[in-house]
Design a protein around this ligand. Structure first.
Ligand code: GAL
Length: 802
């Protein structure tokens, strides 16, 4: 083990200094109430609505969804999750201040919504937008010893097009400093130029509260990941406290999704040799450019963005942010070959951006789903005029040091895009982004493409983003001076994990009586398309610089195409389901995006009671060029991908296969005819065994951190006596957690299920579900036992917590 002497020295020095910057987490021991009378103890991040119960009454609406092209109003249920997020909520907590005088700042990373914050009974601040971080100086409101903090929240009906959650759903911290200090969001680090040989890093910062009569200076030091200084400079602030310097050094390790290398920048402000403040910031050395010639370039290299849009909820955890859950999402997307996320359609969290920095995931950081024109009655449009610029400012100032963020987005499908106002606002917001951060391009997702080209909005953006509308790409590129365009939102293909409908049809309007969508990945919406359609445009045209698929995961709310159907309360768009389990579509994207590993994935499952002799098409998702399919050993033909066919260019399909129980097997080959692998599906017998497999995303498998926050995600599957997955099992299971852990939630990915996530029992959906368990602060062991009472089956998994 390498001992990091410099960082140890840094830590010792920091602890010896008086009045050093201290960040204190305020996440524990809150009291929470919905009515200001009955209180319960909670920790934050907290989502008050996720326990349900699910009920259509919570968010029943009679509306026309204009974005979906609807003209007539109709009853909509589950549109924002059918969970009780609407209404008021109150949080209260005490915290301690030191005896000596210091400056105190509260930083919320987001609170849903319209948080009013009081400290010791005095109003300390308010922020309108539930998704944004905000900070407030509370120095004059606090006293030594115990202090009281209260947060009042208010969620108005019809204020969101999806499930926004309710509560203090992201962390809160208290930052204590001396009088002379760095402005917390005032430090700005960016790469000016970098290649393999040399990097130039520009650093701007601001000192507040300095005594200009005394000699002072700031040390700026850049450390590598072994704690060695790679560049340093000594700076003096100007009369306003501003500091600017450029560090240069040789042979930088460049940040990219493939090499997410992070340096650490340490700023130390001294006066009379005394350290007054110190700030440490992760730095990724990388450049981002867009141009007609190169399209999107990271570190000077053109790459097509392989992105997904993500809503902020974490499925059965609701919106209560959790590090392990976020890491799980990002790792799963990376394994698919995805290299970018779009935080649709709101400001991301600090924790998520830290994870993207360290794991290597590019980000389009978005701001708004509406400006002045409301998309839903009480949406952000109520605030935009007064708050729009403040929100952009907080988004950019808070997040501009994250190397993962490669682009800002000033809006999604903003109705004003077709008018003069839209052009003026677009320019104003884009200019504001440039002013606060000249290093990144700015985009917005345009859906009314003709109107946006006519108004000039599309031409005005650094990156013209087209949402869907592939048939407008050609006209777009002929009109756009930028010379490229981005699929800022693509696909919106719908499917349910493990559900297959016959006959298989390609359709933009299919619905079924069970409220599910077809797992053959051939169904989409009237405004959208199939993954294959996007790839054709991207492969055939260098000027399409990539895409952000709608969506990486299913999310709560927006159950299109079942907006009028009950029960249905979550989306079908996900590449993975709400539990985080991959749908077949995951392997379709993997086959196209993951260039490092082969993908050979067969569908559908091969356990049908009622399909003997019936046509049951078989698809293979593979990076291979051709493959041969066998049904019980009999060849169904060796077929090749076909560039001229919509569905055979990226998939291999045997459309005439007749079902007979037994086995289907595919053997796949690359373009040169070399075998690259096989996949098999077998007919399962009766459910006979429960199989458990654990993921501990923030630690090693089978091991959690005993910090009270770490989580494991245990996939529960039903198999027959031979271990073959039972693909339609819907057994009701119960869960018990013993030892040093607690049951957190369960989810089966069924959008029509009304079983609450936070009760320890649930039915399997197509043979699978996920149980989430949480560590306590005690190191030891936790055990999850999953029981099928009816079949008298039980299985236990044990995880260490350290
Ligand atoms: C888009 C919109 C998304 C989502 C999606 C569903 O038009 O930007 O928020 O509603 O449609 O297909």
């Amino acid at each position: 083990m390498k001992i990091n002497l410099l960082f140890i020295a840094f830590a010792l020095a920091a602890s010896a200094m008086a009045q050093q910057r201290k960040e204190i987490s305020l996440n524990e021991d809150w009291m929470f109430s919905r009515d200001n009378e009955n209180w319960e103890r909670v920790n934050i991040p907290h989502d008050w609505a996720i326990s349900g119960p699910f009920d259509k009454k919570w968010d029943l609406q009679t509306v026309a969804i204009e974005q979906n092209g609807e003209k007539e109003k109709s009853e909509k249920s589950g549109r924002s999750g059918a969970l009780p997020w609407i209404g008021k909520g109150y949080y209260s907590k005490t915290f301690n201040m030191p005896n000596h005088r210091c400056r105190a700042e509260l930083i919320f990373d987001g609170a849903m919504s319209e948080p009013t914050v009081t400290v010791n009974g005095h109003k300390a601040g308010y922020w309108a937008y539930g998704y944004n971080a905000f900070r407030m100086d509370i120095t004059d409101l606090v006293k030594p010893g115990e202090n009281h903090l209260k947060v009042s929240l208010n969620n108005v009906e019809e204020s969101s097009r999806w499930y926004p959650g309710g509560g203090i759903y992201r962390p809160v911290k208290l930052v204590l400093t001396g009088e002379t200090r760095f402005d917390t969001w005032g430090t700005y680090v960016r790469t000016i130029k970098a290649d393999k040989k040399k990097a130039f890093i520009s650093i701007d910062t601001k000192i507040l509260g300095a005594d200009i009569t005394k000699p002072s200076g700031t040390e700026v030091e850049l450390y590598d990941d072994r704690g060695m200084i790679v560049a340093a400079s000594h700076c003096n602030a100007d009369a306003e406290g501003n500091i600017h310097t450029v560090l240069d050094f040789n042979k930088p390790k460049l940040w990219s999704p493939e090499t997410p290398y992070l340096y650490k920048l340490v700023l130390t402000h001294k006066q009379d040799r005394k350290v007054l403040d110190r700030q440490a910031i992760n730095v990724g050395v990388r450049t981002v450019e867009v141009s007609k010639e190169g399209g999107f370039m990271l570190n000077g290299k053109t790459r097509k963005i392989k992105g997904v849009c993500l809503h902020h909820d974490l499925g059965p955890l609701g919106t209560a942010e959790n590090k392990a859950a976020l890491i799980r999402q990002i790792k799963m997307m990376k394994a698919m070959g995805c290299d970018a996320i779009r935080t649709a359609h709101n400001v991301p969290s600090e924790m998520q951006m830290d994870i993207c920095d360290s794991l290597g995931m590019m980000v389009m950081a978005e701001s708004f789903d509406m400006w002045i024109y409301p998309k839903c009655k009480n949406g952000y449009a109520r605030f935009f005029k007064e708050w729009g610029e403040k929100d952009i400012e907080n988004l950019v100032l808070h997040h501009r040091n994250h190397p993962s963020i490669v682009m800002w987005s000033i809006g999604n499908e903003i109705p004003e895009q077709g008018g003069k106002d839209g052009l003026a606002i677009s320019k104003r917001l884009q200019d504001l982004c440039h002013k606060l951060d000249p290093s990144r391009p700015v985009t917005q997702g345009l859906d009314r493409v003709d109107a946006a080209l006519k108004s000039g909005v599309a031409q005005a953006m650094d990156v013209p983003g087209f949402n869907y509308r592939l048939h407008k790409y050609q006209k777009g590129i002929e009109t756009l001076p930028q010379g490229f365009l981005l699929g800022s939102e693509t696909a919106s293909t719908v499917s349910s994990r493990g559900v297959y409908k016959f006959p298989v049809t390609v359709s933009d309007k299919n619905t079924y009586t069970d409220g599910q969508c077809n797992g053959y990945d051939t169904e989409y919406c009237s405004w959208s398309n199939l993954p294959d359609d996007d790839w054709k445009w991207q492969e055939d045209n260098s000027w399409v610089i990539g895409e952000f698929v709608w969506t990486g995961y299913d999310y709560l709310g927006e159950p299109t195409p079942y907006d009028n159907y009950w029960p249905s309360r979550s989306s079908y768009f996900g590449i993975c389901d709400l539990a985080g389990l991959p749908k077949d579509r995951y392997f379709l994207y993997r086959s196209h995006w993951n260039k490092k590993e082969h993908t050979i994935h067969l569908l559908p499952h091969w356990t049908w009671n009622d399909r003997k002799g019936k046509i049951t098409p078989v698809y293979c998702y593979t990076d291979g060029e051709e493959a041969e399919l066998f049904v019980n050993g009999k060849s169904q033909g060796r077929i090749k991908k076909n560039k001229d066919s919509r569905l055979d260019r990226f998939r291999l399909r045997w459309n005439e296969v007749k079902y007979e129980p037994g086995e289907i097997k595919v053997v796949a080959y690359d373009g040169k005819g070399n075998k690259i692998g096989e996949d098999v599906r077998r007919t399962a017998g009766k459910p006979a065994a429960i199989k458990l497999s654990a993921e501990c995303p923030d630690n090693t498998d089978m091991q959690l951190k005993a910090d009270g926050n770490d989580m494991a995600f245990i996939t529960v599957s039903m198999t027959d006596k031979d271990g073959i997955h039972c693909p339609t099992a819907d057994n009701s299971l119960s869960f018990e957690v013993t030892g040093d852990g607690t049951f957190q939630a369960a989810c089966n990915g069924d959008a029509t299920s009304l079983e609450p996530f936070t009760q320890p029992q649930m039915r399997l959906f197509n043979g699978q579900l996920v149980v989430v368990v949480r560590s306590t602060k005690n190191a030891g062991k936790l055990r999850l036992t999953v029981t099928d009472k009816k079949l008298r089956l039980s299985e236990t998994i044990e995880l260490k917590t350290i």
